[in-house]
Design a protein around this ligand. Structure first.
Ligand SMILES: Cc1cc2nc3c(=O)[nH]c(=O)nc-3n(C[C@H](O)[C@H](O)[C@H](O)COP(=O)(O)OP(=O)(O)OC[C@H]3O[C@@H](n4cnc5c(N)ncnc54)[C@H](O)[C@@H]3O)c2cc1C
Length: 311
C-alpha cells in the first residue's frame, strides 16, 4: 500500500496537497484532513485524476460543494478530489433551450444565471447549495422541483475508464436517490463529469420573483450558519424535523453542535463543533425517534472518511 501511495503522489506531482484540512471545503465547516487532495478544474482533468487513481488501485473520494457530507474528525485516507470543473454552455437558441454544465458548476449560481437570462425551470435550485454533480448524484430537490425534472442526460465516467451518456431513465431516480447512489453504496461509485438540463422560457422579472420567494421562504424556515442541510430524509407521509422536535430534541447540544431550535432536521456547527459531536446528535435523534414513534429515520447526508470505532 505504501508503494502505491508513493506512486500516486509521484503521478500527481505538485497537483497534490498533503494533509489538507477538509473543514474549509464543507458547508458544516468541520472534518479532519485529506491525506492527499487534488483539485480538478475541468471535466477532462477530473476524469484523468480518477483514471490515474484507479489505475494505481485507489478509489478517490469526490467532493463537490461538500454540502451533503459529514467528514470524520480523523479525516480521509487516500486521495480526495475537489471538483471545480465549472464550464457551462447555454443553449438558449435551441428548442427547448438547455444548459450543459460541467459537474463542478455551482447549481444555485447556475439557476440564478438562468432566471436572469429568461430561462425557466431551474428556479427551485437557486437555494440549493452544492454542485451540479452532487445534485445529479443525489437527485437534489426543493420547492416542488428536483434534478430529475430537468435532466436530459449525464456524462458518466465508467469504472473501465470510458465516458457514457446516461439518459434520465438510466439514472433511476427516486426521492433523494439515484442509481449512482445505489452503485456507490454497493462499492461501485461512478463519476458525473457533466450534465445537460432542459429549460423553458420566461420573463426574467417573473423568474427572479420566484427565486426571491424561495430565498425568503428559506430564510424564514431554516437556520443560518454552518450545517449540512436536512440531516435525515423525510419518512413517507411525515417530516423528520417534526419527529425530532416531537421527541423533545429541538435545541439539544453535543459539544458545539446543536439540533437547530428553528428546524430540528438541521444540525448546526456553532463554531468549533467536531464531527463526533454531530455524530452523537445523529445517534440521539435516530434513537429517540425510533423509541418514541417506531420510525427508523434514514440519513440524507453521507458519512465520509474514517469512522472506525464510531459506528
Ligand atoms: C443549508 C443547506 C441546505 C440544503 N438544502 C437542500 C435542499 O433544499 N434540497 C436538497 O436536495 N439538498 C439540500 N441540501 C443538501 C445539498 O445541497 C445537496 O445534497 C447537494 O446536491 C450536494 O451537492 P454537493 O456538490 O455539495 O455534494 P457533496 O456534499 O460534495 O457530495 C455528496 C455526495 O455526492 C457525491 N458527488 C458529488 N459530486 C459528484 C460527481 N460529480 N459525481 C459523482 N458523485 C458525486 C459525493 O461523492 C458524495 O457522495 C442542503 C444543504 C445545506 C448545507
Amino acid at each position: 500500500m505504501a508503494v502505491a501511495m508513493a506512486d500516486l503522489r509521484a503521478a500527481l506531482g505538485d497537483r497534490v496537497r498533503l494533509n489538507e484540512p477538509l473543514a474549509r471545503y464543507t458547508s458544516a465547516r468541520l472534518g479532519g484532513p485529506a491525506e492527499y487532495l487534488a483539485i480538478a478544474s475541468s471535466a477532462p482533468a477530473l476524469a484523468a485524476l480518477v483514471r490515474t487513481a484507479r489505475s494505481l488501485g485507489f478509489e478517490p473520494t469526490l467532493l463537490g460543494g461538500g454540502s451533503n457530507v459529514l467528514v470524520s474528525d480523523a479525516g480521509v485516507r487516500g486521495l480526495v478530489i475537489l471538483n471545480r470543473a465549472r464550464a457551462v454552455v447555454v443553449r438558449d437558441q435551441a428548442d427547448p433551450p438547455s444548459i450543459w454544465a460541467e459537474s463542478g458548476a455551482n447549481l444555485g449560481a447556475l439557476a440564478r444565471q438562468c432566471a436572469a437570462g429568461g430561462l425557466a425551470g431551474l428556479e427551485w435550485a437557486a437555494t440549493v447549495p452544492g454542485t451540479v454533480g452532487g445534485a445529479v448524484f443525489g437527485n437534489a430537490g426543493a420547492h416542488g422541483g428536483d434534478l430529475a425534472g430537468n435532466l436530459v442526460l449525464a456524462e458518466i465516467l465508467q469504472r473501465e475508464g470510458q465516458v457514457e451518456r446516461w439518459a434520465l431513465a438510466d439514472l433511476e431516480y427516486g426521492y433523494r436517490t439515484s442509481r449512482l447512489k445505489r452503485l456507490k453504496a454497493g462499492g461501485q461509485p461512478l463519476i458525473v463529469l457533466a450534465a445537460e438540463l432542459k429549460l423553458g422560457r420566461g420573463e426574467p422579472a417573473a423568474l427572479q420573483a420566484r427565486v426571491d420567494e424561495f430565498v425568503n421562504h428559506r430564510k424564514r424556515t431554516q437556520p443560518p450558519g454552518a450545517s449540512l442541510g436536512s440531516m435525515f430524509k423525510n419518512p413517507p407521509g411525515d417530516f423528520a424535523g417534526r419527529l425530532i422536535e416531537a421527541a423533545g430534541l429541538k435545541g439539544a447540544r453535543a459539544g458545539q453542535a446543536q439540533i437547530s431550535s428553528q428546524h430540528a432536521n438541521f444540525f448546526v456547527n456553532q463554531g468549533q463543533a467536531r464531527a463526533a459531536d454531530v455524530f452523537a446528535l445523529i445517534h440521539r435523534a435516530h434513537a429517540a425517534v425510533l423509541d418514541r414513534f417506531g420510525v427508523d429515520l434514514e440519513l440524507e447526508i453521507e458519512l465520509v472518511g474514517d469512522w472506525t470505532g464510531m459506528c
